[in-house]
Write a protein that binds this ligand. Structure first.
Ligand SMILES: Nc1nc2c(c(=O)[nH]1)N[C@H]1C(S)=C(S)[C@@H](COP(=O)(O)OP(=O)(O)OC[C@H]3O[C@@H](n4cnc5c(N)ncnc54)[C@H](O)[C@@H]3O)O[C@H]1N2
Ligand code: MOO
Length: 640
């Protein structure tokens, strides 16, 4: 056995996902088990058998109104010109809504249609029809009637019907036990105390929540180390104790990826590798009729694989169709390429700009959890499709409700921490979200030009004039009616490690051999500022170590600086502060907001302006060093 233990399994299949799913459902199923629970606690549970009423509702003839109970045939002569007098006890009885109708009476007249002559005498001017305003026995539910078929998922209103119909306890399907085994020597339980190489175990919690949402009872097991015996022991134990077992990671081609081999040794492997990107290294098998699903390690792949192979098992158990997401037709802002022969799942950012849904792909890296957190939709590209062109229209599965997407402002432009603050203020003041793409100032201007964003944030210095933004806006948007709204003044400077261990003082120090510079991406205002400063100081970019190393945000530059004593970056003071780093100011710059005039003047545009002008936003901006709101906030209009 030893020889096999360290062998790599590199030949993964590319089985179509639907085939793998169909085979799984044909080969495996969860045995149906029934339990009786209190009806009061049954919301979300699924009936195991048809449920029949034990009582009628109402179970007596009940008055439907406040008024008087009468005998209908005694009231026939009542007329406006010939009012009829009724005597209490003989001719009528007072009843309130819900009261039983006394024997011998068969109609109710509403109190407002009755004239009181004295306490014992009432006058009516219209006859009553038999059974008017009476809820007969069983009006709602009749004894013996089927309330719910089997496999019905109980909702809140259903519990009312159950209790009224005398069902105190109800047979429901037991929630299948789903064990989750995280594997990997590098995994640690959630903590702040991490060393390089440690990976916080969080997939298990995501899976457990998914399982609970789908009606399973999740059992998150201890982390299993990458060791044949440990994994096989954990798998055997879990397969005896549960209805389904999920084993996470160790499914790919790494030297310690044993999952498939262990399942094969203990039972049968049906599938190893599906034709999806991400999510390929899935393992599907069984041990003693317990389905075992080996889910890839990367969080995005893992989340999707759970939906593809664990949810169907639970749906099958509950006799339920798999839920389908709603879709929306969007125009693609960028070209998207896809692998031939494999289904691609692309997380998308969707915006509603100028009456049209426009979508752009988020990162494709399956290790980036936030790409799924931030995604508004999922573009599923079929295996035979090589991708789509920019501007093409496609259907995207929705991960957020459409009205929420419709009301979200799209921001694309330079990264700034105050944009996050603006987002949270917009949420609070106008229940509106702001979707933020850190694309840099130049791309931000292009996004306004291409109607892909409502708002852009720009800080672009024109070296010739020393003026910010205006030159670029005029040049890049010559025929558009746009507004540049002065927004922030902020300090830019060199971000160095705490205590400035390299003794950096000026931009010239970037040429020191001990300095490793962390740059920003092309088109970013900070990059343009650096280039300008270098040129002004007559420093060649070749002399700056690390010039080609690009990061996309101030915070990621700061995080890089913190990771190594030799690293230095250029960025805003707030980013240095946020990471406990030192800051050497080099410039104060204008960070302005750009939008179309139509948006600026629209009702929703005014919500943005109100938020910027709000006391709460100003207070929050003032809490950050190195920032102030521009004193002059008069909008500048540009038109062709
Ligand atoms: N040479 C190849 N390398 C890789 C391939 C391949 O085909 N050839 N496939 C890549 C793909 S695609 C994926 S997905 C991953 C899957 O690898 P494993 O399932 O073997 O998982 P690990 O390598 O153990 O972990 C990968 C990665 O996933 C994260 N992770 C794992 N467990 C957890 C957890 N419980 N909580 C949170 N995060 C977890 C973590 O970032 C791991 O580093 O392999 C590629 N490599
Ligand atoms: O297949 Mo992996 O699951 O692409 O990320």
């Amino acid at each position: 056995m030893n020889g096999r233990k360290n062998k790599r399994t590199i030949y993964l299949e590319d089985k179509p996902r639907q085939q793998a799913q169909q085979e799984l459902l044909e080969q495996c199923s969860i045995e149906r088990n029934v339990e009786y629970i209190a009806s009061q606690k049954a919301v979300g549970r699924v009936t195991a058998f048809p449920i029949y009423a034990s009582l009628s509702m109402p179970h007596y003839h009940a008055s439907a109104m406040d008024g008087i109970a009468v005998r209908a045939d005694q009231t026939k002569s009542a007329h406006e010109q010939q009012p009829l007098l009724l005597k209490k006890g003989d001719d009528f009885v007072f009843v309130d809504t819900g009261d039983p109708i006394p024997d011998g009476f068969n109609a109710v007249i509403m109190i407002e249609h009755v004239n009181e002559v004295d306490t014992d005498t009432m006058q009516i001017i219209e006859p009553a029809t038999p059974w008017q305003h009476i809820r007969p026995v069983g009006e709602d539910v009749t004894y013996g009637e089927m309330l719910f078929p089997q496999d019905h998922e109980l909702r809140s209103i259903d519990l009312g019907a159950l209790l009224a119909a005398g069902i105190i306890e109800i047979p429901v399907l037991k929630r299948p036990t789903v064990s989750i085994i995280p594997t990997g020597n590098e995994l640690v339980y959630p903590t702040l105390d991490v060393s390089p190489g440690d990976i916080i175990e969080f997939n298990g919690t995501v899976f457990a929540s998914q399982v609970e949402e789908w009606g399973g009872c999740a059992k998150l097991q201890d982390i299993a180390v990458d060791d044949w015996e440990a994994i096989s022991e954990s798998l055997m134990k879990a397969s005896r104790e549960s209805d389904v077992v999920i084993i996470n990671a160790g499914s790919s081609a790494g030297s310690k990826d044993y999952t498939a081999q262990v399942i094969n040794e203990l039972g049968t492997v049906y599938t190893h590798g599906v034709a999806t990107r991400p999510g390929k290294p899935v393992v599907i098998g069984e041990i003693d009729s317990t389905p075992i699903i080996g889910v890839p390690g990367y969080p995005v792949s893992a989340y999707l694989a759970m939906e593809w192979f664990v949810r169907p098992l639970l749906c099958q158990y509950y006799g339920k169709k798999e839920p389908k997401r709603n879709t929306v037709r969007v125009k693609l802002g960028r070209r998207i390429v896809s692998t031939m022969g494999a289904e691609d799942f692309v997380r998308m950012n969707i915006g509603y700009v100028n009456g049209q849904f426009i979508a752009n792909p988020l990162t494709r890296a399956a290790g980036v959890t936030m790409s799924l957190v931030r995604a508004d939709g999922l573009l599923v590209i079929p295996p035979e499709q090589l991708g789509y062109e920019q501007g093409e229209e496609v259907d995207v599965e929705l991960l957020r409700p459409l009205p929420e997407i419709e009301s979200t402002f799209m921001f694309s432009g330079s990264h700034d921490l105050m944009i996050d603050i603006l987002r949270s203020c917009l949420r609070k003041e106008h229940q509106r979200d702001l979707s933020i793409s850190h694309t840099g100032s130049m791309s931000g201007i292009l996004a306004i030009k291409n109607e892909e964003a409502h708002i852009s944030g720009v800080h672009l210095l024109d070296p010739a004039t020393g003026i910010y933004n205006e030159t670029y806006v005029k040049q890049m948007l010559p025929d558009q009616d746009v507004v540049l709204l002065p927004f922030l003044k902020r300090e830019q400077g060199l971000i160095v490690n705490a205590g400035n261990p390299l003794g950096v003082e000026t931009i010239h120090d970037l040429t020191n051999a001990s300095v490793q510079y962390i740059n920003r991406q092309r088109g970013a205002g900070t990059r343009i500022l650096l280039d300008h400063l270098l040129k002004y100081e007559k420093i060649d970019v070749e002399e700056v170590n690390g010039y080609e190393r690009e990061m996309f945000t101030h915070l990621s530059v700061a995080a890089e600086v913190r990771s190594d004593q030799h690293n230095v970056g250029l960025g805003i003071r707030a980013a240095a502060d946020a990471m406990g780093l030192d800051f050497i100011p080099v410039a104060e710059e204008n960070y302005d907001l750009l939008m179309t005039r139509a948006f600026y003047e629209s009702e929703s545009g005014q919500e943005l302006i109100n938020t910027i002008e709000s006391e709460s936003f100003r207070q929050q901006v003032n809490q950050f060093d190195g920032y102030r709101l521009s004193e002059d906030r008069e909008p500048r209009f540009y038109r062709s």
